[in-house]
Design a protein around this ligand. Structure first.
Ligand code: SF4
Length: 380
């Protein structure tokens, strides 16, 4: 499996908590689409990513930023370029991240016609006061109507993003958000714990005491509520922040977690080809200027076996499939179980992980400490 990720670096408003790469100045949107097309053609023609010769593209993901800002002609042009320059598998998953305020019935219809078969909708909450607190561009009514607009237009594969763990989200409201989402005909939910990132408006608002600080006990409480709700409502909590029903895993994200290769296009997009990671320049103007002369602008890191193993530990422990000991051994040519037996015993005794059929898996309790446990398992 291989994937293509396209980063669309524009948003209508800056959400206070967000540290992704985006601009609210959309003046150069047409030039950005032209540059994205040029980058796609460049890698398609130059075959810099050799694995695309043997692995057809099985997922295409428009992320951002807010890809639903794009007019349908731009989305169609990008997709056409991919089909013309790469070998695409039959029935690829083609996801577009969308904001509720963009998903009018007409736009949903056009997306469906152009081949978008999965939407990942940034709803975050169905309560007006939360959307205002986050500085989202949509309102509660749009949050409620957008899913039906998409379904009526024929897009059946839908994921909703929700955020928990922030002051102002009561326990009852968190459950209500999950319940409202569950009543829609969706098959995937991404539930993120709010984190306060450096250099975000949220950080500043908290520092200047205009917003309350986040509370890790509240976050843990909401995560436990999510775990209980998941079990009671027949969702599969297959990754710490991701749930699905009826086997509708996100193919694109699952491929990331399984260290499959992917090509990232657009400013700030990351690529991985099994040997190296690269990340494009995080500057819209520099990206556009360089692609006018077909000049890639990126940084690159060659991955050592140890890097690969540590990345695998970090991502695998977050998933329901866990960390496969044979795969860990292969990645860094070590006996992982022998090296880490004391840690496995320690965390098993604390009921934070289990060793199950050659795989280390975190328990629900362990998932609360996933990053710290993963760091303990890292090798030097
Ligand atoms: S819409 Fe998404 S990418 Fe844009 S500012 Fe909000 S969270 Fe960030």
């Amino acid at each position: 499996m291989s994937g293509i990720y396209i980063h669309i670096p524009f948003c209508t408003k800056a959400c206070f908590y967000c540290d992704f790469h985006f601009s609210v100045n959309k003046k150069h949107r047409p030039e950005m689409t032209q540059s994205i097309v040029r980058e796609l053609v460049y890698y398609g023609k130059h075959k810099k990513f050799d694995f695309f010769k043997v692995h057809p593209i099985s997922s295409i993901y428009f992320g951002g930023g807010t890809p639903s800002i794009l007019p349908i002609e731009d989305i169609a042009k990008i997709l056409e370029t991919i089909y013309e320059n790469y070998s695409v598998a039959e029935n690829p998953e083609i996801t577009l991240e969308a904001n509720p305020d963009d998903l009018t019935p007409d736009y949903c219809q056009q997306l469906n016609t152009k081949g978008i078969n999965r939407l990942s909708i940034g709803i975050q909450s169905f309560f007006e006061e939360h959307l205002k607190w986050m500085n989202r561009s949509h309102n509660a009514l749009q949050a409620e109507t957008c899913v039906n607009n998409a379904v009526d237009a024929g897009i059946k594969n839908i994921s909703i993003d929700l955020i928990y763990g922030f002051p102002g989200l009561s326990n009852d409201q968190w459950l209500a958000n999950l319940q409202i989402a569950q009543n829609f005909p969706i098959n995937h939910l991404s539930c993120y714990c709010l984190t306060v990132e450096e250099r975000t408006p949220l950080k500043k608002l908290i520092e200047t005491k205009r917003y309350l600080p986040t509370d890790e006990h509240l976050a843990a409480k909401h995560f436990n509520m999510l775990s209980n709700w998941t079990a009671a409502n027949h969702w599969e909590h297959y990754e710490i922040s991701n749930l699905c029903r009826n086997g509708f895993y996100s193919k694109h994200n699952t491929a990331y977690w399984q260290q499959e290769p992917y090509l990232g296009i657009g400013p700030s997009a990351h690529s991985y080809n099994g040997l190296e990671r690269r990340w494009n320049v995080k500057d819209n103007n520099a990206y556009i200027e360089n692609w006018q002369i077909d000049k890639p602008l990126f940084e690159i890191e060659l991955l050592t076996p140890t890097n690969k193993l540590n990345e695998y530990i970090l991502t695998a422990l977050r998933t329901c499939w866990g960390l496969n000991l044979d795969h860990a051994n292969e990645l860094a040519n070590i006996n992982f179980m022998e090296t880490k037996m004391d840690l496995i015993k320690k965390y098993s005794a604390l009921n934070l992980l289990t060793l199950d059929k050659n795989c280390i898996k975190l328990t629900n309790e362990g998932r609360l400490f996933a990053d710290g446990i993963a760091a303990d398992f890292f090798v030097n």
